[in-house]
Write a protein that binds this ligand. Structure first.
Ligand code: AP5
Ligand code: MG
Length: 212
């Protein structure tokens, strides 16, 4: 089943996607990861997106919808997770059109619910692998060797939008623009609300039950 994972910044979307890819052979479409790769490559898209990302603001709908259209068309029938898209009700409408044109559908829109009080700590302590994108946390999920990814040996760094000012902006933008997606997918009969609290394995177990 194709799924959409959504929830506030720091809810664990990337962490859980990585488990779904490794254990259940999902393809992972993350607009955040695509945009960060464009920034790294200093492409025109990356140069345009960097200012918005660093400020904790959203990249324009037309830009991200184009990226998702390309990613979906390259799937070749593989089941997929959408992580971080859609993020506005406008994007959700665009996604419906993209999926219809590609003749695929989303089975469930899984909302990962995490109390706000946990999110700031999760984001400010997050470290990410530059090569494979694996997320860690300095206190709760540290790498075995400091600064080195357990999975691929890549360099582990702190995202530029995981600074205090950008974190509070991202949480604000989420509450205003992304949170209304819960009603959108509830009306579509696709919403599944899961707790994103507990260990990574506990949360993964909950998601597995939904997708299997
Ligand atoms: P994006 O990269 O999508 O960021 P986000 O949605 O803010 O979400 P995060 O990646 O911060 O959190 P996550 O839920 O993946 O958490 P993670 O698993 O890493 O987008 C970045 C920016 O790109 C946006 O702000 C915007 O500018 C732009 N953008 C992207 N998509 C866009 C779109 N569609 N439209 C417009 N603009 C767009 O976990 C977080 C931390 O918690 C880690 O340290 C992890 O180790 C830890 N953790 C995870 N699970 C647990 C657990 N169970 N217990 C304890 N710790 C845990
Ligand atoms: Mg993420």
């Amino acid at each position: 089943m194709n799924i959409l994972l959504f929830g506030p910044p720091g809810a664990g979307k990337g962490t859980q996607s990585s488990r779904l890819v490794d254990e259940l052979e999902y393809a992972h479409i993350s607009t955040g990861d695509i945009l960060r790769a464009a920034i790294k490559a200093q492409s025109p898209l990356g140069l345009e997106a960097k200012k918005q990302i660093d400020a904790g603001a959203l990249v324009p709908d037309r830009v991200v919808s184009g990226l998702v259209r390309d990613a979906v068309s390259g799937l070749n029938g593989k089941k997929f997770i959408l992580d971080g898209y859609p993020r506005t009700v406008g994007q959700a409408g665009e996604l419906d059109k993209i999926l219809e044109a590609a003749n695929v559908s989303i089975g469930k829109a899984v909302f990962l619910d995490v109390d706000n009080s946990f999110l700031v700590n999760r984001l400010s302590g997050r470290r990410v692998c530059r090569s494979c994108g694996q997320s860690y946390h300095v206190e709760s999920i540290p790498t075995k060797e400091e600064g080195v990814c357990d999975k691929c040996g890549g360099e582990v760094y702190q995202r530029s939008d995981d600074m205090a000012e950008a974190i509070s902006k991202r949480l604000e933008v989420y509450a205003e623009q992304t949170s209304p997606l819960k009603s959108y997918y509830e009306s579509a009969g696709k919403l599944v609300k899961l707790s994103g609290q507990g260990t990574v394995s506990e949360v993964f177990g909950r998601i597995k039950e939904v997708v299997s």
